[in-house]
Design a protein around this ligand. Sequence first.
Ligand code: BES
Ligand code: ZN
Ligand code: ZN
Length: 514
Amino acid sequence: METRLSFQDATAFATPLLAVLAVDVATGKDDEPLVALMTTSDAISSAVAKVLETGEFKAAHGETLLLHAPNGLKAERLLVVGLGKVKTLSINEIRKGAGTAVRALKPRGIRDLAIVFPQDEALSDEHLENLPCTVLTRALVEGAELGEIDYDTYKSDRKDTAVHSLTILAAVVEPSTKLEIQIGFEEGLILASAQNFTRSLVNEPGNVLTPTVLGRRAAAMCSEFGLKCEVHSTEKLKKLGMGAFLAVAQGSVEPPALIVMTYEPAGGSRPNSPVFGLVGKGITFDTGGISIKPSEGMEKMKYDMAGAGAMIGAMRAIAQLKPKVKVIGVVCSAENMPDGKAFKPGDVVTAMSGKTIEIINTDAEGRLVLADGLHYAKTLGCTHLIDAATLTGACVVALGTLNGGLFSNDDATTESFQAGLAVSGEKFWRLPCTEDYHDHIKSQIADIMNTGKNRAGGATSAAMFLKQFVGDTPWIHLDIAGCAWNEESKPWIAYGPSGIAVRSIVEWVRGYSN
Ligand code: BES
Ligand code: ZN
Ligand code: ZN
């Protein structure tokens, strides 16, 4: 989809479809309107006035209303997109509204659209008042770009429903606002295409995307966007002493890949400037190993590399947004298989840090590869660490699919990450990993064991395990097991990989850039 930004009057714009966002403002009082459009254009308002009066369209979340040959407009069609109740209006509704508009074209075979830039001031109370124009524009572009994608690449009879062009129509505004909108537009394009890149990786089946192929795709991305990239395998892992990572990989004929992507700001980083380590779990397929998973639903475990995908996508966006801090992406990729050579419950392995680990369950493999990845990132000089991983079913039980789990050893770092969530629109809920949980992973045989004593607090047990490998380095762990895959399609987004965490991680890093 070619996405453009244009400062001109929407009423005079010729397009097959013009979309306008609307909110439910119903108060229950007879003489008050039910729906308000996010535009100050009288022509657009009058074109839909009659239908709105009927009360048929309620502007519910994802609800759309399509008018042909709207009176007084150059557009062939006018699409009104509901964002839900005005009280709950947030930047995420803008994102979803843009996605809904784009996706509404697909079943109709329409290829081009324009969206009226949403004007908060058109509502009686301003609801997005604290948000700079840049953020609003970003959300609009992101929502549209994310909504455009469908994961039907492996269907031989797939229909071509691609949307070819989107024009965002902003009213003519003063130069400073215009600049904000232009910046938001560019940033939105960068972030959404990075997130879509992540989604395309996560969508790949395990037979296509092996650790070696993931390494190749990351390297190709790095060379395209000017990042340094090294991809290591078994021999180097042995040299580094990555016994935890190697244990997971040893049951597969597919060799592991340790992918290291480096971004250096132009002119080098300033003295004492932080160095960010982005560490991703890249299990290209998780059978559970010898502690094999039940077959029902096992096909989902192709997305067990969503954390790795998020870090590769984040590095892609960072390469383009160019923050003034150094960032190193470390992806630990392997396939977790049962085999004559596979690691077993009861095995004791030694991680790169020197810590010994008693293996209780080979299905708790993500924490093992991350243990070495986090320690390695520290040896590369990272002063701030973040990992993303589809780590535990327990996190899905605790939080469902709307929030990812957030764990950290540092409150200030957590706050800086959380500040970025207001902009990224992604949701992460903090769960504990305080020292009093250390008992969960105490082993009688080795320094620690790779699961909790029982299933209770499983997401925290996993986080406690990772915590052993970050030491005092400020660190955030994102458990994205529940939110990395959209189980059903929504009016604004397709079924399949979500690309969660890319935007939040990039926002967090950029927060340290100035
Ligand atoms: N990859 C899984 C976690 C997962 C679950 C991801 C659901 C996505 C959706 C992970 O490797 C795993 O199997 N964890 C085990 C840990 C247990 C053995 C301690 C789990 O959560 O059951
Ligand atoms: Zn597992
Ligand atoms: Zn796993």
